[in-house]
Design a binder for this molecule. Structure first.
Ligand code: TAP
Length: 450
C-alpha cells in the first residue's frame, strides 16, 4: 500500500510513499532486535564517532532536508533550515554521551557495588506532523547514543524528511537495522510498537487522547513510555514589563509554525492596568506578521497542515469575539490568518482547548495571585512565558506556574542541552538535555562479594 503526500501550500500531491502493514512492521522490529546486541557492544568511542559522522552527513544535506520540509509540511524556509540544523546539533550533543554514561560505585560492606546504565533494546518512536525533523531527532538520537536500536514512525502526512534521515544514517555508516523508518498509519504501525513484545519503550508525541491510549496499552507489558502531548501555554504580561518587547514577540510565540506547536503561547494574560495599552501595541505586530509562500525567505508563517485541520481551527473562531486579525494568501493551500480573540470567560472553548492553529486568546488579570490562578486553570502544563522587571516576582511566579518549561522575558522554549517536557496532562518524562539519555536506559546494580 502507498499514501499520497500533499503539499499544504498548494493542495497538490507531491509524491507517494509506502504505508506498511503489520507483517512489515514486525519484520522491521525483528531486524532492530537482531541488530541490538552488536550495536550495544560497539565501543563507546566508535559509537560516538558514528553519531558525529551522521551529524556531518546531515549538515551536508541541510538545504535538501529544509526544502523537503517546506514542501511537505509548509514550514517557512527559515524554520525548516533551523529544524534540519537542530537534528545535526542534537546528534553532535549526544555524540558525547556514549563515553559519559557513567555509573556509580556505592560503598557497601563485604564487596563492591557498582551501577550500569543498560540500554533497553528496541525503542519505537512515533512522530507527529507539526515538527517532523526535530521531534524525530529528540527521540532517535539519545536512544541510539545510549545503545538502543530504533524503529521510527513518521506521521502519515509528513514522512519525507524522516525517510531521508534514515537513508543518511546508512550513508554515515550506522549499521543496517539500527535505525529504521517505518512509514504507515498510527493505528497499524504505531499500535504495533505498543503491542510487539520486542519493543521495550515507546516515545510518543501527539494528541493527549492518543497518548493516553498508548500509555494504557504499554501498561500490559510494563513497557517504558515517554509522552509529549498538548499544551495551552500562558504568556503572562505584568504591568511593569517591557511592554514593547513583550508585544513585539507575542505573535511569533503563538503564530510560529501557524500555531501548530505544542509550546504555542495561545493564552495571553495581561494585567488589567495595561490591558488596553498592550493590545494597542499588539495589533500592528499581528497585522504585519508575514503569512507568505513558505519558500519565500521573508515568510514568518505558512499554511496549516491540511484542509481538515483548517476546518477544525476555523470552528474555534466562529462566533467568538475577534479583536483583530492579520492576513493570509487567497487561493490554493490551507491558509488561515493570524487571529486574536477576546475571551469572554475561562469557559470559552478557544480559551480552554488546544486549537493548534494561529489563534491567540486574550484575558485580563488583576494581580499576581490572579495571574497564577488563571495560568494554572488547565489540565496542560508544557511551556509559557512571563514578563516583568521585578526579579522577586519572576521567581515567585516561575515556581508557582505548573509547567515543564518557562521563559522569563523571552518567548523561547527549547534548547537541546536543557530538559523539555510537560507537567500534568502535557506529558510524561523529559526529552533533550542530560535527563533524556537516562530515560533510554535501565539502571543495573551489581554487587561483587570479596
Ligand atoms: P495524533 O493522532 O496524536 O498523531 C500523532 C502521531 O501518532 C502520528 O504519527 C499518528 O499517526 C500516530 N497515531 C495516531 N493514532 C495512533 C495509535 N492509536 N497508536 C499509535 N500511534 C498513533 O495527532 P493528530 O491527529 O495528527 O493531531 C490532532 C491534534 O493533536 C492536533 O490538533 C493537536 O492538538 C495535537 N497534536 C499535538 C502535537 C504535540 S507536539 N503535542 C503534535 C501533533 C498534534 P498517523 O500518521 O496515522 O496520524
Amino acid at each position: 500500500m502507498t499514501t499520497d503526500v500533499i503539499n499544504p501550500s498548494t493542495g497538490q500531491v507531491l509524491t507517494s510513499v509506502p504505508s506498511l502493514g503489520v507483517a512489515e512492521t514486525d519484520a522491521a522490529i525483528e531486524r532492530a532486535a537482531r541488530a541490538f546486541p552488536d550495536w550495544r557492544a560497539v565501543a563507546p568511542g566508535d559509537r560516538a564517532r558514528l553519531l558525529r559522522r551522521f551529524a556531518a552527513v546531515v549538515d551536508e544535506h541541510i538545504d535538501e532536508l529544509a526544502d523537503l520540509e517546506v514542501r511537505n509540511a509548509g514550514h517557512t524556509i527559515g524554520n525548516a533550515r533551523w529544524e534540519a540544523g537542530n537534528v545535526r546539533d542534537v546528534l553532535n550533543y549526544y555524540a558525547g554521551a556514549p563515553e559519559r554514561l557513567i555509573g556509580k560505585q556505592i560503598p557497601v560492606a563485604g564487596g563492591l557495588d557498582v551501577t550500569f546504565h543498560e540500554p533497553l533494546g528496541v525503542v519505537g518512536i512515533i512522530v507527529p506532523w507539526n515538527f517532523p525533523m526535530p521531534i524525530a531527532g529528540w527521540g532517535f538520537v539519545p536512544a541510539l547514543a545510549a545503545g538502543n536500536t530504533v524503529v521510527l514512525k513518521p506521521a502519515e502526512l509528513t514522512p519525507l524528511t524522516a525517510i531521508r534521515l534514515g537513508e543518511l544514517a546508512l550513508e554515515a555508516g550506522i549499521p543496517e537495522g539500527v535505525f529504521q523508518i517505518v512509514p504507515g498509519k498510527g493505528s497499524i504501525v504505531g499500535q504495533r510498537f505498543v503491542t510487539h513484545p520486542a519493543v521495550r519503550k515507546v516515545c510518543f508525541t501527539g494528541s493527549t487522547d492518543v497518548g493516553k491510549s498508548i500509555m494504557a496499552g504499554c501498561a500490559d507489558q510494563v513497557k517504558r513510555v515517554t509522552l509529549e502531548l498538548g499544551g495551552k501555554s500562558a504568556n503572562i504580561v505584568f504591568a511593569d514589563a517591557d511592554l514593547e518587547k513583550a508585544a513585539a514577540g507575542a505573535p511569533g510565540s503563538v503564530f510560529d509554525n501557524a500555531g501548530q506547536d505544542c509550546c504555542a503561547r495561545s493564552r495571553l494574560l495581561v494585567q488589567e492596568s495595561v490591558y488596553d495599552k498592550f493590545l494597542a501595541l499588539l495589533e500592528p505586530a499581528v497585522s504585519s506578521f508575514r503569512v507568505l509562500d513558505p519558500s519565500d525567505a521573508a515568510a514568518e508563517m505558512g499554511p496549516l497542515i491540511s484542509a481538515g485541520h483548517r476546518e477544525t481551527v476555523a470552528s474555534y473562531v466562529d462566533g467568538a469575539d475577534v479583536a483583530f486579525r492579520g492576513s493570509a494568501p487567497d487561493g490554493d493551500g490551507w491558509w488561515f490568518p493570524p487571529t486574536v480573540l477576546l475571551a469572554r470567560s475561562t469557559d470559552d472553548r478557544h480559551w480552554r482547548e488546544e486549537v493548534f492553529g494561529p489563534v491567540l486568546s486574550v484575558l485580563p488579570f488583576s494581580d499576581e495571585e490572579d495571574a497564577i490562578r488563571l495560568a494554572n486553570d488547565t489540565e496542560y502544563g508544557l511551556s509559557g512565558s512571563l514578563w516583568t522587571r521585578d526579579l522577586g516576582r519572576a521567581l515567585r511566579v516561575s515556581r508557582a506556574v505548573e509547567t515543564g518549561a518557562l521563559s522569563v522575558n523571552s518567548h523561547s522554549s527549547v534548547r537541546y542541552w536543557t530538559p523539555f517536557g510537560g507537567m500534568k496532562q502535557s506529558g510524561l518524562g523529559r526529552e533533550l538535555g542530560p535527563d533524556a539519555l537516562l530515560g533510554f536506559t535501565d539502571v543495573k546494580n551489581v554487587f561483587i562479594s570479596m
